[in-house]
Design a binder for this molecule. Structure first.
Ligand SMILES: [Zn+2]
Length: 278
């Protein structure tokens, strides 16, 4: 039983501010990384208890090298570092039985969710798949759907789960906190969050190995519509293969090949960084 796990930071219990999430040499970031490591390890331990025999982690936050590799539980291998072509989905393929999304957060366009954004908060103001507003979880689900791998486990705040559910119809969800604003939340104690994650991960893997879990079966050809903060960004985005201008501040990526769509999206995220802020 092979499990692939993408983990982010903003949805971890106790995280409410950017200074906990960005390498600065501060104790706040070090504690943030510890909180994230504990939740990741809880998910690994739960998955192993449920029958997982191989686990691959993909660090999906910031510069994507946030963990002390020596402290990762369960002998999981660790995909880390910048400029990964599949970004938050690096390493997933059809050899895996299930995908986990740990520490995920809400979209820039949705209800208040702690540190909400959709990939780059300085660039994207909204994303839609087949007409519905989505966050990172929905965009990333394009890759899981391409490989036919169900998203079996999700942790984060309740907004994150609401936004992910359409792409993970049978997943086990763990709510780590209730967001109050983008910069405040009522958090579970980290011990309690980890306990729930351990239990939920075990249940998820047991279900994958038992009755199985469904994938969302997205309608194809699919569309990924992106809205930007400025028209300059939309213009630069069209320099990426597959991105067509649909408005002053918007482009569309579409097709039957969901992996090709995601690859175009990654190209858009990389190239729009050059178009500056607002
Ligand atoms: Zn992040």
């Amino acid at each position: 039983m092979k499990i692939w796990m993408s983990f982010d930071m903003e949805g971890v219990a106790g995280i409410v501010d950017w200074d906990q999430c960005r390498p600065s040499g501060s104790a706040r970031y070090e504690i943030g990384c510890q909180l994230m490591l504990d939740e990741v390890n809880a998910a690994i331990e739960g998955a192993i208890a449920g029958g997982a025999t191989e686990i691959v982690l993909n660090d999906s936050h910031g510069t994507m090298a946030n963990l002390d590799p020596r402290r990762i539980a369960g002998g999981a291998s660790y995909v880390s570092g910048r400029h990964k072509p599949r970004y938050m989905m690096q390493g997933l393929d059809d050899s895996f039985d299930a995908a986990f999304l740990v520490g995920y957060h809400g979209s820039i366009s949705g209800r208040p969710s702690t540190l909400s954004h959709t990939y780059n908060p300085e660039v994207f103001s909204a994303a839609r798949i087949n007409g519905e507003l989505v966050g990172e979880s929905g965009i990333n689900a394009l890759v899981a759907e391409h490989y036919g791998v169900p998203i079996a486990f999700v942790s984060g705040d309740s907004v994150t789960w609401d936004e992910t559910r359409p792409f993970a119809p049978d997943a086990v969800a763990v709510i780590t906190k209730e967001s109050i604003t983008r910069f405040s939340a009522a958090n579970l104690h980290p011990d309690e969050s980890c306990r729930l994650i351990r239990e939920g991960a075990e249940r998820a893997v047991r279900q994958v190995g038992g009755d199985g879990m469904r994938t969302p079966e997205l309608t194809r050809p699919a569309t990924l519509d992106l809205e930007f903060q400025t028209g300059d960004m939309a213009e630069v985005a069209t320099w990426s293969r597959g991105a067509e201008r649909t408005g002053e501040r918007s482009v569309r990526i579409s097709g039957d090949d969901l992996l090709a769509m995601f690859t175009s999206f990654v190209a858009v995220t990389y190239i729009t960084r050059q178009a500056g802020g607002r």
